[in-house]
Design a protein around this ligand. Structure first.
Ligand code: MG
Length: 206
């Protein structure tokens, strides 16, 4: 399976990163994480030794339910049945260095354990996937709070776009971007995330 991520999909996060990005005309920014980045079942996240600044990025996730390519946006909803949450852990110091040299940022985002994912819920649990609140608490303090209606590129548009380049396969997971509030984690932190009022993630940083 593969993990497909979109960068810069919430205006407030773009602002906090001071990114130069034209949200109206720009195509989605897409990157991948290897399957070895997956962290399941609330397993602890171990800080890597090559970074002093690993940021949490809480994101809504979509699990792809059937194979497809060149998917039209209007049919994209037929390619997923379940949604959840995930953390797009990012070694921000390493990413900054890579960006500075115009190098790919794979190492900063794709390292082991850089993609904790929650269990998945049937999308039929929700009346509108583009109207969902989600939030991250670190040590019981709210750090990130988002609503999926604020995505610049909506779920179905991302799927249509990505499937022009990559064949989507059953079991692939799509990370849909993070709202503002990203910050460094440290050993001993406890991260708890909610999709609406359902607790989805609850794990420790070590
Ligand atoms: Mg992200």
């Amino acid at each position: 399976m593969k993990i497909i991520c979109i960068g810069k999909n919430y205006a407030d996060h773009i602002a906090e990163m001071e990114s130069k990005y034209d949200k109206v005309t720009s195509d989605p920014i897409i990157f991948l994480k290897p399957d070895t980045a997956l962290l399941k079942d609330n397993a602890p996240f171990y800080l890597p030794d090559f970074s002093q600044e690993v940021h949490h990025e809480l994101e809504m996730t979509i699990k792809i339910s059937r194979e497809g390519k060149f998917i039209e946006e209007t049919f994209a909803h037929k390619y997923y049945d379940e949604v959840g949450l995930g953390v797009d852990f990012t070694a921000r110091d390493l990413q900054a260095k890579l960006k500075q040299n115009s190098h790919p940022w794979d190492l900063a985002k794709g390292f082991n354990g850089a993609a904790p994912v929650s269990h998945f819920l049937p999308k039929t649990n929700f009346s509108d996937l583009q109207q969902l609140n989600f939030r991250l608490e670190v040590n019981e303090t709210v750090r990130q709070q988002g609503n999926t209606q604020l995505m610049i590129h909506k779920i179905d548009a991302i799927i249509a776009y990505v499937s022009r380049f990559f064949t989507l396969k059953k079991g692939d997971i799509l990370f849909t971007g993070t709202p503002a509030g990203v910050a460094a984690v440290k050993a001993g932190d406890r991260l708890v995330a909610y999709l609406e009022e359902e607790k989805m993630l609850d794990f420790e940083v070590k």
